[in-house]
Design a protein. Structure first.
Length: 192
């Protein structure tokens, strides 16, 4: 069974980009899946990309129903990525790229920005153990520098694996080698 969704404000989903909201979205998806009788509950695995990978680390650290986690292009934290702008300039940026859609959102740019600091994967990644963790990152990632993957790996506990893909950038979802690495790892570590 596979369940794929877009977080609020992303892809075809409605709403506005809001990281605490993304946490609630993922928690809701896990609750929904866990309520299905056909779910193989001991093998509930997550795969997240970019900001979704960061949220997946955060949620997996506290939700023991998740048996293993694979991430692609996960940020270790958001401070170094968004901390360069003011809260309002970040809202304007995300509005320009179409992930903040509603005119009245957010009510407070400062509170909205604080949500990015609340979701701090590098501070939570050690809590995933003893469940398996895979970190996949493109060596030439132009959005989230590869150093983020190494920081997450160094903070995580065993069992953990890291795969850095030469020549790959940030967008790993359509990258054949990244997908093959994740599928092989899921079969070997999570679904046997």
């Amino acid at each position: 069974m596979v369940f794929i969704f877009n977080f609020r404000g992303a892809g075809e989903s409605g709403g506005n980009l809001d990281l605490p909201g993304w946490v609630r979205d993922l928690e809701g998806a896990i609750d929904y899946l866990y309520g299905l009788p056909e779910l193989d509950k001991p093998h509930l695995s997550l795969l997240g990309f970019s900001g979704g990978a960061a949220v997946s680390i955060y949620v997996t650290a506290q939700d023991k129903r998740v048996s293993c986690l694979a991430t692609c292009a996960a940020p270790a934290e958001f401070n170094s990525l968004i901390g360069k702008g003011t809260p309002q300039s970040m809202v304007d940026y995300f509005r320009d790229i179409g992930t903040i859609r509603d005119a009245g959102f957010p009510q407070s740019a400062e509170e909205w920005m604080a949500g990015f600091y609340q979701i701090n994967p590098v501070a939570r990644v050690a809590e995933i153990a003893p469940r398996p963790l895979l970190l996949v990152h493109g060596k030439q990632d132009e959005t989230i520098p590869v150093e983020h993957a190494y920081r997450l790996y160094d903070s995580a506990k065993e069992p953990r694996e890291i795969v850095i893909i030469e020549g790959a950038g940030h967008h790993l979802r359509p990258h054949d080698q990244a997908v093959a690495v994740v599928l092989e790892w899921l079969k070997r570590r999570c679904w046997d």
